[in-house]
Design a protein around this ligand. Structure first.
Ligand code: FES
Length: 275
């Protein structure tokens, strides 16, 4: 069954949003879950993307992605009315939502997209929501208004100071964790290196921390081993055991090494596609 794109726009430099027909996924999906798509056929590259939103009555899901490689560039070139051949999902374990008191949600770059449904669910569960969003520069800013609408406090940072506070997200995160009473939980989604440093901060303050990992994936069913990470010294598969894990137990250094394993091939495929 193919899936028609019913809405598409560019949110910022290299960041895109699309609403896509996927009625069964729209009905079943819960915050924290993701899909794997292949654009053309069974031989296309399969990429995981977290579901940024869904409308069960319209039978649509929302995806937000960044143009970083061949398939995300191909997706960026699709238009309203075009179709995606395969979307599998919802995959992964939903986020555990409860009232923790105060929660800190940290989104780095495109990580703000999967964070939004989780932050919304946490707010609806009665939490006081402190949101921290970090971007490289103003032209990469996404979802500020959406987070402002649900957050009790919102801090936006940019690396170059072109918008909001010139800082890395770890700075306001440390401030939020240092308050009395301490936040009951932190949720962090973004580049792997950012999640690693954020976890170093929350560990110092003893704030339990959930991260959502976005590894290389192929089948999404626990069979291929492509998404393997080490958590608490044991192998785990992000697609079926995650994508969320206790950030204080993830071996981020090993994950970064594995994520970089196919970088030359990824670059080559992207360059060939753009030629
Ligand atoms: Fe193959 Fe997770 S993607 S085991």
């Amino acid at each position: 069954m193919s899936h028609r794109i019913v809405g598409k726009k560019e949110l910022g430099t290299d960041v895109f949003w699309a609403r896509i027909e996927a009625p069964l996924i729209a009905q079943a999906r819960q915050p924290g879950q993701f899909i794997i798509l292949s654009i053309n056929n069974d031989y296309s590259e399969r990429i995981p993307l977290t579901i940024a939103g869904a409308d069960p009555s319209a039978g649509t899901i929302e995806l937000i992605w960044q143009r970083v490689g061949k398939t995300t560039a191909e997706m960026a070139n699709l238009a309203e009315g075009d179709e995606i051949a395969n979307i599998s999902g919802p995959l992964g374990t939903p986020t555990h939502i409860e009232n923790f008191g105060t929660v800190v949600c940290v989104g780095g770059g495109i990580g703000a997209a999967p964070l939004l449904p989780i932050a919304t669910a946490l707010k609806n569960a009665g939490n006081r929501l402190v949101s921290i969003l970090g971007f490289r520069s103003k032209d990469r800013l996404i979802l500020e208004r959406d987070f402002a609408a649900i957050s009790d406090e919102l801090v936006v940072t940019t690396d170059d100071g072109s918008y909001g506070r010139k800082a890395l997200v770890t700075e306001p995160l440390a401030e939020a964790c240092g308050r009395d009473p301490r936040p009951g939980h932190a949720f962090i989604i973004g580049p792997t290196i950012m999640m690693k440093f954020c976890c170093d901060v929350t560990r110092q303050f003893d704030v339990p921390t959930q991260v959502s990992l976005n590894t290389i994936m192929i089948d999404g069913t626990g069979m291929c081993g492509g998404c393997r990470v080490e958590v608490d010294g044991k192998p785990k598969f992000v697609c079926v055991d995650g994508p969320e894990f206790d950030g204080h137990r993830v071996n981020f250094d090993l994950m970064i090494k594995r994520m970089n394993a196919y970088k030359p091939q990824e670059r080559q495929a992207h360059e060939q596609y753009e030629q």
